[in-house]
Design a protein around this ligand. Structure first.
Ligand code: BG6
Length: 483
C-alpha cells in the first residue's frame, strides 16, 4: 500500500529568517524530504532571505552541510545536489530597503509565491507592508506565519491588523504544527469517517474527556523565550485548544477551510471561563543532576509555569455536563500525548456488584506509538463465575498499516505542501486565534494578579499533586502518562 504522492505546482518560496533556527530544524528538512519523495519537482525555487551577508553559493553550502548531517540517510549525493540547485539567497533588511528590489526581481508574477515569516512577530507587519509595496502581495501570493501569534488578545489583534492591511485573510496561513500531525488529522477521520462513534459523541454517553500533552524534556536552550511565555501560552492557547476543538466540534458540512474553522470557532466561543479553582499551574523543581526550571532559565524568582492542568466545559447542547480536562507540562514522566474519551458506565449492571465497574475508553494516541485503542469489557476467561475484565482493542498504526506507511511525515512537510496547494483547512483563522486568547487571557491575568508561585513538582512525575486532585475531587482519575 504505497502512499500516493501528487506533485505540487511549481512555486517560489521565500523564507524570511532563512538562516534561523526554525528554517534549519524544520522548514528546509521538510522541503528536502518532499523533494526526495517526488512531491516537489520541476522549476521550483526556494529563496532564503535574512540579514546575514551571504550569496546563493554560501546559502547552498550552509543548507547542504545541514542536510548532509540531518537527512543523510534519506537520499544520495546527486539528489541532494539537485535540491541545492533550487536554492537562492537574498540579504535583506526587514525594516529597511536593502534587498527588496533584488528579491522582487527574482520573483515571477505568473506563479505561486509563498512567503514564510520565520522571524519574530514584531517584524510581521513590516514584512507584509514591504511585500505589498514591491508588488509581491497580488495574485497567487500567500504568507505563512509562525507561532507565537501574539501573547494576548490585544497583541494578536495588532498582528492580525498588521497583516490584514496588506493581505487578504485567504492569503494568510497561521501555523499550528499540531494540525499538521497525521494523528491529529486522524481525529477527524475517526469521528467523521465512521458511523460508529458519532451517535455516542455527546454528554449522554461521554463521562469526560482528557487531553494530555506531556513532554519529558525541560526548556533546554529556549529558556529566555519560554520564561516570557509559559505553558499556558506556549501549549494550551494553541495546541491543546486545537485538539479540544477537533474533539468537540460539530461535524462540518465538508472538509474545507471555512467549514472546519467555523465549527472550531464555535467550540472556543462556547468554552466556559476557567475559574481559579479549576486550574493548577506548576513549575519543575531540581532533582539530583536535573536542574530545576528556575536555574534552567537563570531566574530564581520567576513565576512562569512549566505545567498547566485545568477543567473546562463546552457549554452547548452536545456537551453540557461533560467536563474536559487538559494538562500539559515539561519534565514529566514520559513524552506521551493522548486524548481519552471516557464513556459512561452501562446504565445497569446485570452482572452484580462483584463484576466491578467497567468503562469503555477510546484513546487516540498522538505520540509516540500513534494509534487508537478502544477499551472494551469482556468476560474473564475460565470457569468460576462471571467476572469482567477490560481489554484494549488496539490499533497501533505501525502494526495495522506496516512500518513504512506509518512512518508519518513531519507536520511541516504536510503544512508547507498545503500552503503551496492553497489549502487553509489546517491553518488557524484570525478570529479563531483571537477567540483562543480571549479564553486564556483571564486565567493568565488572574495568576499575574495573585503573584503566587506555581506549585513545585518533581521531574519525572505527573506534575503537582493538586493536578491529580483536580480530577479525584470529581471522582475521576487522570490516565497514567506512558508511551
Ligand atoms: C512547540 C512549543 O510549539 O511545541 C514547545 O513551543 C513544545 O515548547 C513543542 O516542546 C511540542 O511539539 P511536539 O511536536 O514535539 O509535541
Amino acid at each position: 500500500m504505497a502512499s500516493r504522492v501528487i506533485p505540487v505546482d511549481p512555486f517560489d518560496l521565500v523564507i524570511f529568517g532563512g538562516t534561523g533556527d526554525l528554517a534549519r530544524r524544520k522548514i528546509l528538512p521538510a522541503l528536502y524530504r518532499r523533494f526526495v519523495a517526488g512531491q516537489i519537482e520541476g522549476d521550483v525555487r526556494v529563496i532564503g532571505a535574512a540579514r546575514t551577508d551571504m550569496d546563493a553559493a554560501g546559502y547552498r553550502e550552509m543548507v547542504g552541510a545541514l542536510l548532509a548531517e540531518t537527512c543523510a540517510a534519506e537520499a544520495d549525493a546527486a539528489t541532494l545536489q539537485a535540491f541545492l540547485a533550487m536554492l537562492d539567497y537574498v540579504t535583506i533588511d526587514a525594516r529597511g530597503s536593502k534587498g527588496w528590489d533584488e528579491l522582487a526581481a527574482k520573483l515571477r508574477a505568473d506563479r505561486i509565491r509563498a512567503f514564510y515569516f520565520s522571524v519574530a512577530p514584531v517584524l510581521f507587519a513590516d514584512l507584509a507592508e514591504r511585500l505589498q509595496r514591491h508588488g509581491l502581495s497580488d495574485g497567487d501570493a500567500r504568507i505563512v506565519v509562525e507561532k507565537p501569534f501574539g501573547r494576548d488578545l490585544a497583541s494578536a489583534r495588532d498582528l492580525n491588523r498588521g497583516l490584514a492591511a496588506h493581505f487578504d485573510e485567504t492569503q494568510i496561513y497561521r501555523i499550528d504544527h499540531y494540525l499538521g500531525k497525521e494523528t491529529v488529522q486522524n481525529l477527524m477521520a475517526i469521528r467523521f469517517g465512521n458511523v460508529l462513534f458519532e451517535p455516542l459523541w455527546n454528554s449522554q454517553y461521554v463521562d469526560h474527556i482528557q487531553i494530555t500533552v506531556a513532554e519529558a524534556g525541560g526548556v533546554g536552550g529556549r529558556g529566555e523565550y519560554y520564561d516570557q511565555t509559559g505553558a499556558m501560552r506556549d501549549m494550551v492557547q494553541n495546541h491543546l485548544m486545537q485538539l479540544l476543538c477537533l474533539i468537540a466540534m460539530e461535524p462540518p458540512a465538508k472538509f474545507g477551510p471555512d467549514a472546519v474553522r467555523d465549527e472550531k470557532l464555535k467550540v472556543i466561543r462556547a468554552l466556559d471561563p476557567v475559574d481559579a479553582s479549576e486550574v493548577v499551574r506548576g513549575q519543575y523543581a531540581a532533582s539530583g543532576d536535573i536542574p530545576g526550571y528556575t536555574s534552567e532559565v537563570g531566574r530564581p524568582d520567576t513565576t512562569t509555569e512549566s505545567f498547566v492542568a485545568l477543567r473546562t466545559h463546552v457549554s452547548n447542547w452536545r456537551w453540557a455536563g461533560t467536563p474536559f480536562y487538559l494538562r500539559t507540562g515539561k519534565r514529566l514522566r514520559e513524552r506521551a500525548s493522548e486524548i481519552a474519551v471516557v464513556f459512561k458506565d452501562a446504565p445497569h449492571s446485570i452482572f452484580g456488584a462483584e463484576a466491578g465497574r467497567h468503562r469503555n475508553i477510546l484513546t487516540i494516541r498522538l505520540q509516540p506509538n500513534e494509534g487508537i485503542e478502544l477499551g472494551v469489557t469482556i468476560k474473564e476467561p475460565g470457569p468460576g463465575g462471571m467476572r469482567l475484565i477490560d481489554v484494549p482493542l488496539d490499533m497501533t498504526f505501525a502494526e495495522a498499516l506496516g512500518p513504512e506507511e506509518a512512518d508519518f511525515p513531519d507536520a511541516y512537510e504536510r503544512l508547507i505542501m498545503d500552503v503551496i496547494r492553497g489549502n487553509q483547512t489546517l491553518f488557524m483563522r484570525g478570529d479563531e486565534v483571537e477567540a483562543a486568547w480571549g479564553w486564556t487571557d483571564p486565567v493568565i491575568a488572574g495568576w499575574d494578579r495573585s503573584g503566587e508561585r506555581p506549585l513545585a513538582y518533581a521531574p519525572g512525575t505527573s506534575g503537582p499533586d493538586e493536578a491529580l486532585r483536580l480530577m479525584t475531587r470529581d471522582g475521576r482519575r487522570w490516565r497514567e502518562i506512558r508511551p
